[in-house]
Design a protein around this ligand. Structure first.
Ligand code: NI
Length: 176
C-alpha cells in the first residue's frame, strides 16, 4: 500500500478554526482525495472525527469513524460534504468531548440527543444519517467546526478560558 499524504492539524488559537467553511459545488475527485487524506490524518492522530477547518481548508467537508474506539473492529469511515442538520430531538444528551485542535482537553458537552443529517456522500449522492449517542455528538461537533464553533463555546467563560490556556501550553511544549 502506498503511503498516503496527510495534513497538519491546526490548533487553537489559529483563526481558521473560527471561520465559516463554504459549501462544495459537488463531490469530485479533488474532494474525494481531500476526504481520503483527511481520514488518514484522523486515523494517524488518532481521532474519531475531523473537519476541513482543522486541516486549514475552508470547504464543508468532514470525516468520522467511531470504529477505532473498539479494538479489532473493521474501519467504518463516514464522509460528508455540505452536511446539514435537518432535525434534532428535544431530548438532550451530555457526553465528554475532546478535539484534535484543542490538545489534551475534554469536557462534558450538552447537545440534542438525536439528530438527522442530510449530506453528500463520497459518491457525491445525497444521503441522510440518523445519529444518536457518540455519533450524534461527533457529527454535531464536526458540523460546528465548519461554522467556526468549538466545543468549548458550550462551556462557561471561566472553564473555556482555562481549557484554551491549557491547550496552548501543551501545544508549546510539543513544539519545543
Ligand atoms: Ni474538534
Amino acid at each position: 500500500m502506498s503511503e498516503m499524504k496527510t495534513y497538519d492539524i491546526i490548533t487553537v488559537p489559529d483563526p481558521v478554526l473560527r471561520q465559516t467553511a463554504q459549501p462544495v459545488s459537488r463531490v469530485d475527485d479533488a474532494v474525494r482525495k481531500q476526504m481520503d487524506r483527511m481520514l488518514q490524518t484522523m486515523y494517524d492522530a488518532p481521532g474519531i472525527g475531523l473537519a476541513a477547518n482543522q486541516v486549514n481548508l475552508l470547504n464543508r467537508v468532514l470525516v468520522m469513524d467511531l470504529s477505532k474506539r473498539t479494538e479489532g473492529s473493521p474501519a467504518a469511515p463516514i464522509f460528508m460534504a455540505n452536511p446539514e442538520i435537518i432535525w434534532e430531538s428535544e431530548e438532550i444528551s451530555v457526553l465528554e468531548e475532546g478535539c484534535l485542535s484543542i490538545p489534551g482537553q475534554a469536557a462534558d458537552v450538552e447537545r440534542p440527543a438525536i439528530v438527522r443529517v442530510k449530506y453528500l456522500g463520497y459518491d457525491g449522492k445525497e444521503a441522510e444519517l440518523s445519529a444518536e449517542g457518540l455519533l450524534s455528538h461527533c457529527v454535531q461537533h464536526e458540523i460546528d467546526h465548519l461554522n467556526g464553533v468549538l466545543f468549548v463555546d458550550y462551556l462557561s467563560r471561566l472553564k473555556r478560558s482555562m481549557i484554551l490556556k491549557r491547550a496552548e501550553k501543551i501545544k508549546k511544549q510539543q513544539v519545543l
